[in-house]
Design a protein around this ligand. Structure first.
Ligand code: GLN
Length: 398
């Protein structure tokens, strides 16, 4: 028989699913796949319950229910000073995952080049290639994850149609600075290129770091498709509500992509997310400060055990160098080992790279209850023979 699609035939199951399955098999605490273990705000969930009970169960408008499009526009104004027309500049999708694909579809023709920054989220490369476009990969390296400006500039050329930028960044926890964004903006203008901005962690920044949408920089308003995710903003990752903010011309194209992917997204959940986006500033500040405390707990515990823990300014994740622990094996072996031997699961950072990659870092999700993080630290300390000293240092009963 003829080979079905060759790209998908060569694509493995996502590392997040693989590691979650392994965690389940070993009854491990899952600090791999990024999802919170407490659900989002009660009022948002109640709004979904109410919306399920008051009819409107048929296809909503293609680009999203008016309530949510208005709420996305209002959030753009409130958080970033962006004036957005809810009628023409917002498209609601089934998660940011669909929004990324729809935005790339809106921009790319076969043969176009897309600049991407590695380590990168696992849907980027397959989708770019499925569209017949060509990724130009620029690599950030641990421990500093600095943007290599000369390499970035060299990746742009006459065929560059777009950059796909993720800030705050998974898995590094990097938040791109105003200066880095200005550098990227200058390249986009020089090469007449667009940006797909994966900003799903926009509200999850710590220690005074502020997320800056590339779209807010001079000259960028008409070049960016900015993507958010209710999953991350409201700790409801299973809901799969994403939203694209873009100039009307690009939003219309993203809407056409959306009509061919899913067509519409459940109206009841959309209406609940609209309630969420209108929550007061204290909610958004509390979300970030709560996560920062969890990050601190996990980071301090891992560091006390001897991991080289890298700073995380945003997202759900810390990356940690396990080489100091003396483990003889790569990151895939390490993540399997701690799942099986300690009952704690993490994600190998090499999964976010294509080809050669650093192989001594693991990504740990800290979006978990503090008792769960403490239990995970205790298990790891036991596994690595870190003993009572470490257990005391991380605040655990010995
Ligand atoms: N974004 C989540 C992570 O990085 C996982 C989402 C997924 O499983 N596709 O862990």
């Amino acid at each position: 028989m003829k080979t079905p699609n060759s790209l998908l035939s060569a694509t493995g199951t996502t590392i997040f699913t693989v590691m979650s399955a392994l965690a389940t098999r070993h009854n491990a605490i899952n600090l791999g796949q990024g999802f919170p273990d407490t659900d989002g705000p009660d009022d948002v969930i109640q709004a979904a319950v109410d919306a399920l009970r008051d009819g409107r169960h048929q296809y909503p408008p293609l680009t999203g229910v008016p309530e949510l499009r208005q709420a996305v526009a209002a959030a753009n104004a409130r958080f970033y000073g962006l004036e957005v027309d809810p009628a023409t500049e917002v498209v609601v999708t089934s998660g940011a995952t669909e929004a990324i694909t729809a935005s790339l579809m809106a921009l790319l023709d076969p043969g176009d080049e897309v600049v991407v920054i590695e380590p990168l989220y696992d849907t980027y490369l397959p989708v770019i290639r499925m569209l017949g476009a060509v990724p130009r990969i620029v690599r950030l390296s641990p421990p500093k994850w600095e943007l290599p400006r000369a390499e970035l500039a060299a990746a742009f050329g006459p065929k560059t149609k777009a950059i796909l930028l993720n800030t705050p960044m998974n898995p590094t926890g990097k938040v791109f600075t105003a200066a880095e964004l200005a550098f990227i903006a200058e390249l986009l203008q020089r090469h007449d290129a667009y940006a797909v901005c994966d900003e799903v962690y926009e509200h999850l920044t710590f220690d005074g770091w502020r997320h800056i949408p590339l779209m807010t920089l001079p000259g960028m308003r008409d070049r960016c498709l900015r993507i958010g995710s209710a999953g991350k903003t409201f700790s409801l990752t299973g809901w799969k509500i994403g939203y694209v903010t873009a100039p009307a011309k690009l939003a219309a194209l993203a809407a056409k992509a959306h009509q061919n992917l899913t067509f519409t997204t459940p109206p009841n959940l959309q209406r609940a997310v609209a309630v969420g986006l209108a929550k007061d500033d204290a909610y958004f500040a509390g979300l970030a400060s709560g996560l920062a405390a969890k990050r601190d707990l996990l980071s301090a515990g891992l560091a006390a055990m001897g991991f080289g823990v890298l700073p995380a300014m945003g997202s759900y994740f810390v990356t940690a160098d396990f080489a100091p622990l003396g483990f003889a094996g790569d990151d895939v072996a390490f993540c399997r080992h701690i799942t099986e031997a300690a009952g704690v699961t993490a994600i190998p950072v090499s999964a976010f790279y294509e080809g050669e990659a650093p192989r001594h870092y693991a990504r740990f999700a800290f979006c978990k209850r503090e008792a769960v993080l403490e239990e995970a630290l205790g298990r790891l300390a036991g596994c690595f023979g870190a003993g009572r000293g470490v257990r005391r240092a991380v605040g655990l009963a010995s």
